[in-house]
Design a protein around this ligand. Structure first.
Ligand code: DQA
Length: 146
């Protein structure tokens, strides 16, 4: 099974940005964690990051056209603003998409409590740090098996 992992804006700044919220591990550490977790599960994974809304939409569509089994997405701040990314997730249904957030977006500012993407995702995992990505991959793997 092949899973695409898409990380949105400023996730490349992990280890530099707001360490009290996101911790001191770097984006490279996150990519390694995802690749090693996927390898242990026997899942092929492509990990991508962009600060650009249109690029994220192009990758979601590519996941569909290239026959990926599912997508894990952390849309960063676009979670709370982007109808375009929500529409792109909706447009690739029934390809399952899991939304992941390192922090607990419900325990932060009010504007982070809204996710335009979540209604079109099979699950939202938040506040679990790196482990949330592993849980998301496991969820997609189980869905493919059932
Ligand atoms: C985030 C939460 C978002 O609200 C924020 O804009 C991010 C990161 C998270 O992983 O916790 O950039 O998606």
């Amino acid at each position: 099974m092949k899973i695409m992992v898409i990380n949105g804006p400023s996730l490349n700044m992990l280890g530099i940005r707001e360490k009290e919220v996101y911790g001191s591990a770097s984006y490279g550490d996150l990519v390694r964690f995802i690749e090693e977790s996927a390898a242990r599960l026997g899942v092929q994974v492509q990990v991508l990051q962009s600060n650009h809304e249109g690029q994220i939409i192009d990758w979601l569509q590519q996941a569909w056209f290239d026959g990926f089994g599912g997508v894990v997405i952390n849309p960063g701040a676009y979670t709370h603003t982007s109808i375009a990314i929500a529409d792109a997730i909706r447009s690739i249904a029934p390809l399952p998409v899991v939304e992941v957030h390192l922090s607990d977006i419900d325990a932060r500012e009010d504007y982070r409590k809204v996710s335009y993407c979540a209604p079109f995702c099979v699950a939202q995992i938040k506040g679990q740090g790196f482990a949330g990505y592993l849980q998301a991959i496991e969820k997609l793997q189980k869905m493919a098996v059932l």
